[in-house]
Write a new protein. Structure first.
Lengths: 267, 271
């Protein structure tokens, strides 16, 4: 299901101006078509890694390389990014928010409108195109944010703890819907979370990270077939995956940064 | 639904009280004013009663109205220039840090120097109309500048990142992100500037009036003062207050219309 690496982080390190080392010697391949989750405690640099993939942040050491880079960086619209908050323009309607990436690129208004309504249909918000963000619930705002990320038909979707602020019922619902959308579109997704359950439900591959400085601690493959539905959430194999991910996470949190490379767990 | 009816009845009563109470307190104030003048038998050249002020307002309406128009035109011109200058300068400051470092001190100097002290100087250097306009502009433009600058700097960092990811140009960031985000701040600045512009115009007119020329409402006040026509002074003062109130409400309404769909400040919450 997953193919060649489309983006490769090799020996990546990030030290902030105040001297904090967020990430050290991070090696990571993102393969075409996979759902990769970066799982780790807060402060393990997983969001920083995601921002470096998006070129929103420059690594202080190492390189982030794209398989089809032409040396001039990525074309706008290659990356869909979903932030931790919905990050919508409060002064624009739902449709206006979703249209933003296309409008910035410029193009035929009719075509933009068609793609916006496609993206809204995909997240189930067709009826709310004319609403303003403040009129929506937290979960709906996040759907708008996802629709905006999908509207450019991105090569890769980067999601930075998108559902962390939502209640559990809404989170499960959005997990199911994200699963449906990403399987339908066969998208490459890099998903950052600190929720074991979320990571086991969504991913092909979970990369567990240690904190301060952030580094890969373990890697787990979740080989249950897609698309996974609500039934998977209550299955014994899901419980087993969760336990493995949870064990790896607690080991990662106990391990000293120096010992990290000694444990190369692969269940 | 009984509860809903009850809620809307409470809301309606609240709205009526909001309009009725201020009118009532102003009426009571007028009555007290009237009684103080009547009981103490205060002569009109010291303190005219509200009735006499109202009669003077009607009797001198033609003169006062013309003067009011002169002052209002200056006020609005000052406000318009303040809007253009304040927002323009704020954008310039936002685009270039160096420009901001170089010119922000001038903006502050203009703001902190009392306008009463500047007005006589301006009257020497500029034709009278321009001097009055310059005073209105000087006091009105700073709140627009300061608020718009704050607004332009208060954008959501994630949205800024999103614009970067989309390959937005500098102008797209300005027009599609920074200016809309700054709009509530800008309108708040304009609300303050409206009152200040009127004050600036009045101060300059008074300064000009004492130099022997001018026909604005403030000049009427100064002139009436020299002639000991105190009732007319009060009538002109009353008109100025009303003009200030109308300007404030007009700008508040403009702000509400522009923001009512999306900004927290303009949204009425049901509790």
């Amino acid at each position: 299901m997953s193919g060649a690496a489309i983006v490769r982080l090799s020996g990546v390190g990030k030290t902030f101006a105040n001297g904090t080392a967020a990430i050290e010697r991070l090696d990571l391949d993102v393969r075409e078509g996979e759902f990769l989750t970066l799982l780790g405690p807060s402060g393990c640099g997983k969001s920083t890694a995601l921002r470096m993939i998006a070129a929103l942040s420059e690594p202080t050491r190492g390189t982030v390389s794209w398989s089809d880079a032409n040396g001039r960086g990525l074309a706008p619209g290659t990356i869909g990014f979903v932030f931790q908050e919905p990050t919508l323009k409060p002064w624009a309607t739902v449709a206006g928010n979703v249209a933003l990436p296309l409008k910035l690129k410029g193009g035929d208004a009719g075509q933009i409108a068609a793609r916006v309504s496609d993206a809204l249909a995909r997240v189930g918000l067709s009826d709310f195109a004319g609403s303003y963000p403040r009129e929506l619930s937290g979960g709906m705002k996040m759907r708008v944010s996802i629709a905006r990320a999908l509207v450019t038909d991105p090569k890769i979707l980067l999601m930075d703890e998108p559902f962390a602020a939502l209640d559990e019922i809404t989170r499960f619902k959005l997990n199911n819907d994200l699963m449906a959308v990403s399987s339908a579109l066969r998208m490459t997704v890099v998903f950052v979370t600190h929720s074991v359950f979320e990571s086991a439900f969504l991913s092909n591959r979970i990369v567990v990270m240690t904190s301060r400085p952030g580094r890969v601690f373990a890697e787990l493959t979740i080989d249950a077939p897609y698309p996974r539905a609500e039934a998977f959430r209550t299955s014994p194999e899901y419980a087993a995956f969760c336990r493995r991910a949870s064990d790896a996470l607690s080991q990662a949190m106990e391990s000293r940064p120096m010992e990290a490379k000694a444990v190369e767990a692969r269940p | 639904m009984n509860e809903n009816e009850h809620m809307s009845a409470t809301a309606r009563r609240d709205r009526v009280l909001r309009i009725l109470l201020p009118i009532l307190t102003i009426l009571v104030g007028g009555v007290i004013w009237h009684l103080v003048v009547r009981i103490n038998d205060i002569p009109p050249y010291v303190l005219p009663g509200p009735g006499l002020v109202a009669r003077t307002l009607i009797a001198d309406w033609a003169t006062l109205w013309d003067s009011l128009l002169v002052t209002l035109v200056t006020t609005f011109q000052g406000l318009l220039l303040a809007l253009i200058g304040g927002v323009g300068l704020a954008i310039l400051f936002n685009l270039s840090r160096l420009v901001e470092y170089a010119f922000y001190p001038y903006a502050v100097i203009l703001q902190v120097t009392p306008i009463v002290a500047i007005a006589p100087l301006l009257l020497i250097y500029l034709p009278q109309h321009l001097a009055v306009l310059a005073c209105a502009w000087i006091v009105a433009f700073f709140p627009v500048l300061a608020n718009t600058t704050l607004g332009l700097n208060s954008i959501d960092h994630n949205l800024r990142d999103l614009f970067r990811l989309c390959g937005a140009t500098r102008w797209q960031v300005l027009f599609r992100l920074k200016l809309p985000a700054a709009l509530p701040y800008m309108l708040e600045g304009l609300k303050i500037a409206g009152g200040l512009s009127l004050i600036g115009a009045v101060v300059a007119e008074i300064a000009a009036g004492s130099a022997g020329a001018g026909s604005g409402l403030a000049y009427r006040i100064a002139e009436s003062g020299y002639r000991l026509n105190i009732p007319r002074m009060f009538a002109a003062l009353l008109l100025l207050s009303i003009a200030g109130i109308v300007i404030f409400f007009a700008l508040s309404a403009l702000s509400h219309l522009a923001l009512r769909r999306w900004h927290e400040s303009a949204i009425e919450r049901e509790s």
